[in-house]
Write a protein that binds this ligand. Structure first.
Ligand SMILES: Nc1ncnc2c1ncn2[C@@H]1O[C@H](COP(=O)(O)OP(=O)(O)OP(=O)(O)O)[C@@H](O)[C@H]1O
Length: 610
């Protein structure tokens, strides 16, 4: 311990040293060492306390703190007037008054996260008395170390504060730019809301909300805010929750999707909420749901009324294969997806398409059936897209195309495999919402129609042979329905026979056929399917006996009048020949064309001109 004497010398740890002659700062004389020791201790504490206090000042820079700290240090040393100090940190140097680097130096390090990042030096400006073998006291060594530690702590706090401020700033910039509402709630009070949040709840400025109680917001739509926070306002932190709230304000209903995430902010629990206005999506969903509910209700009624399920609309059949078809029809009717129906000629593809339309939300609009086999390439746009008056010489009036007619309804494309690749490309654009232009009109048109198509054969071969575009192929057959041929569901024959006889108004009261006739009908192979069955029954009702397709077409040649010129005679013969072939094939145009030895397209052309 050091001791001071009345004659101006200092005692330290039993050694006497001369006081510096010109230094008036030698310790004041005292009668006992205890108060002096106390005074020294107070000086030390003042210094440490002063350094700690510097950090309490808000919004001060690290340089400001270091400069003030370095100025506080000399006063705590034994000879304050002879002492000076320096702090070096991050390439900066902070010095006390009269700083002079001499050989009487004392040093400690400033450490940050285990790294040596700076140091603190104390110097005596002039030679000090030697005490305990050195100019500095042991207590001063301790004090300097304590100062170094305190400055290390101040530095760490300041850096953390800066990092936090930076991340807060980043977060603020981010949240102010996002299109979603963001709010931070701590202890039932808003600490932050972004501009989008203010917009959602009619709050004039975000500033008004800061520190406002969640239960009783100082501005904006208090009810809406209270509904969103509910019991969560108590700082109860749950795991991340997402919910959609319906807010009704002044005749306006909006739907807000809220995601609450519990976080720790500035060491305390907080609730970070992001809010998104989903009114538009929600309304669309509700409209779709209403539609689906309606259809489901109708379908439920329909299903329950079809206990035996022997028919759906005009389609008859109680076989398991037809039950599966009914199920698909109802499913397809509940969606707006494109449907492709496959099946042999006369098996009821058009009936199925009608049933889908009649059970869908489009049922009150038109069902437009187009036989693609009869569409000529050159007339495609005219027929599908319509034309304007004057677009070509015979266009006396504006005329709608199939797509106009099917607006809001269904476009049934029968024999879809007959469309050329060119036609497919034009149609695909319109189906995919790209619109179309009526002939002679520059204005593009958009209509809303659902496509149902039918084909006798699978379309893969057409794709493989390059006759059908891949994209068109996939676009038209989102839902596929395969119709079974009549020969594979013979248990439906008695039901169909009874139905056709009843509709044909037979003279006999009982709409049945004798058992042996029924046996023949069941045994037959029905290449022309239900259509052929209907035609055979028609002939049976008219002629009183069964007559299937004649195996020998030559036996039924038509007599030609002798007064006709050759061209007309050929025409009449051709016409008779075509209708005979059609009758033999029970209306199946593919088979009729095959019987005649011409292409289907040629047959369609002849049918439309004759
Ligand atoms: N399951 C059925 N129940 C009642 N009638 C049916 C049934 N299937 C077909 N028909 C009748 O058979 C005839 C042919 O039906 P439809 O025109 O729907 O067949 P399609 O498969 O489209 O024939 P195509 O391929 O030749 O155009 C229609 O008169 C129809 O009423």
């Amino acid at each position: 311990m050091k001791e001071e004497t009345t004659n101006g010398t200092i005692h330290s740890a039993g050694q006497r040293q001369e006081c510096l002659p010109e230094k008036a700062s030698c310790r004041p004389l005292s009668v006992s060492s205890a108060p002096n020791a106390l005074a020294e201790r107070i000086k030390e504490l003042n210094c440490l306390y002063g350094i700690s206090n510097l950090f309490e000042n808000q919004d001060v820079s690290l340089s400001w703190i270091m400069q003030r700290a370095v100025e506080l240090i000399p006063a705590a040393w034994q000879y304050p007037e002879n002492a000076c100090a320096r702090i070096r940190l991050d390439g900066h140097e902070y010095t006390s008054k009269r700083f002079t680097a001499t050989r009487w130096r004392q040093n400690t390090k400033i450490i940050l996260n285990g790294n040596d990042v700076g140091d603190v030096d104390v110097y005596y400006i002039d030679a000090p008395p030697v005490v305990d073998g050195g100019p500095f006291l042991e207590e001063e060594d301790h004090l300097l170390r304590a100062i170094g530690e305190r400055l290390s702590k101040v530095l760490w706090l300041k850096r953390s504060e800066e990092a936090l401020r930076e991340s807060e700033e980043r977060y603020r910039v981010l949240t102010e730019q996002v299109a979603e509402g963001v709010a931070l709630v701590q202890s039932e009070r808003f600490s932050y809301v972004n501009p989008e949040f203010c917009k959602m709840f009619d709050i004039p400025s975000a500033q008004e909300m800061v520190d406002g109680l969640v239960r009783c917001p100082p501005a904006g739509d208090a009810d809406g805010i209270a509904r969103i926070y509910g019991s969560r306002a108590h700082g109860v932190i749950e795991s991340k929750v997402e919910e959609v709230h319906c807010l009704t304000r002044a005749e306006r209903t909006s739907w807000i999707q809220v995601c609450h995430s519990p976080i720790t902010f500035k060491g305390r629990p907080a609730l970070l909420s992001t809010l998104k206005d989903v009114t538009e999506i929600k309304e669309q969903q509700m409209a779709a749901q209403r539609k689906a509910d309606l259809l489901n209700d109708e379908n439920r009624v329909l299903r329950s009324s079809l206990k035996e399920r022997y028919r759906l609309g005009d389609i008859l059949g109680r076989s398991p294969a037809m039950q599966a078809v009914y199920e698909l029809i109802l499913k397809a009717a509940a969606t707006d997806a494109s449907v492709a129906i496959f099946g042999e000629s006369g098996s009821g593809k058009e009936l199925v398409a009608h049933a889908i339309h009649d059970h869908s939300a489009r049922k009150n609009n038109r069902f437009v059936a187009v036989n693609c086999g009869a569409v000529q390439e050159s007339l495609f746009e005219r027929e599908f897209f319509g034309h304007r008056k004057g677009a070509f010489s015979s266009a006396d009036t504006d005329s709608p195309g199939y797509l106009d007619m099917a607006d809001g309804g269904t476009l049934f494309l029968d024999e879809i495999g007959e469309l050329t690749v060119n036609m497919q490309a034009k149609l695909l654009r319109a189906i995919e919402g790209g619109g179309y232009r009526p002939v002679g009109n520059m204005e593009p048109r958009l209509t809303d129609f659902r496509v149902i198509s039918a084909s006798n054969a699978a379309l893969h071969d057409k794709v493989n042979e390059g006759e059908m575009r891949n994209d068109f192929f996939y676009r038209i057959q989102v839902v596929q329905i395969q119709l079974p041929p009549l020969r594979n569901r013979k248990q439906d024959i008695p039901l169909l026979v009874e139905h056709f006889l009843r509709t044909m108004k037979t003279r006999s009261a009982t709409a049945t056929v004798p058992g042996r006739i029924m046996d023949i009908l069941i045994a037959y192979d029905w290449p022309g399917n239900v259509r052929e069955l209907r035609n055979v029954l028609q002939r049976y009702v008219t002629l009183g006996h069964l007559e299937f397709l004649s195996p020998d077409p030559e036996a039924e040649m038509v007599p030609i009048a002798t007064d006709l010129n050759l061209r007309d005679a050929v025409r009449r013969l051709e016409k008779a020949h075509i209708s005979k072939a059609l009758s033999r094939s029970s209306g199946n145009r593919t088979r009729a064309a095959a019987l005649l030895g011409i292409s289907r397209r040629a047959l369609f052309r002849k049918m439309s001109t004759s």
